[in-house]
Design a binder for this molecule. Sequence first.
Ligand SMILES: C[S@@+](CC[C@H](N)C(=O)[O-])C[C@H]1O[C@@H](n2cnc3c(N)ncnc32)[C@H](O)[C@@H]1O
Length: 189
Amino acid sequence: MNIIDNVIKEIEHLDYAIRQKYIPESHYNIKTNLKPLWKLSKDKATLLEQLTIDQNPKTILELGTSSGYSTLHLKKGAPAANIFTIEFDPKKIILAKHHFNKANIKINIIEARVNNALNHWSQPLDLVFMDCDKDYLHYFKQFLPYLNENALIIADNIEKAENFEEYVKKNYEVKMNSGLLSFHANRSS
Ligand SMILES: C[S@@+](CC[C@H](N)C(=O)[O-])C[C@H]1O[C@@H](n2cnc3c(N)ncnc32)[C@H](O)[C@@H]1O
C-alpha cells in the first residue's frame, strides 16, 4: 500500500470513530471536532478515481474538500494534475491540510466560499468534482467559461441540487453510476 492509501485508510477510520463519538489516536493532535466528515462512500470514491484515470486531466477543481478524502482519490487518479479544492470550514481546512501533508502531496486549498472563489476564477479546467452545498447550477454556470474541450463534470448528491439535473440532462449526455452524475462539457456548450 502506498502513502496516499494509508492516509485514505486513516480517514476511513476517523469517519468511523467520529460516528462512534470519539477521536482516534491518529488525530489527537489535530484541532478537529466530532462533526461528521460527510465524505464519499468507498464505492463512490473508487468510481471517482476511475473516472479521473479515464479523463487524464491536467487541471482539476473540487468544490467541497472536507477531510480531503475525495481529493486523495482525485490525486491517485491523476498524480501529475494540478488540483484545486475549495472549502470554507476552518476546522475542515486544518484536517485536510494535515492529510495532504501526511500523504506528501501538493494540493491547492482555496479557503473561501465556492461562489466567491468562482467569481475570481481564471484557470482552464479538465475535470470538476462538485460535492458542496447544492447550488450546483449556479456554480456550473460560473465555471463553464473555463472548461477545456471535453472537460468532465462529476457531481454527488444531485437530488438535493435544485434544477441542476433537469438542466444538464436537457443539454448534455449524462451518465449516472453508483449515485455519481457525470457528463462531458466544454466552454462553448
Ligand atoms: C460533502 S462534504 C465534502 C466531502 C468530500 N468531497 C469528500 O468526499 O471527502 C462538503 C464540504 O463542502 C463544504 N462546503 C459546503 N458548502 C460550501 C461552500 N459554499 N463553500 C465552500 N465550502 C463549502 C463543507 O464545509 C463540507 O466540508
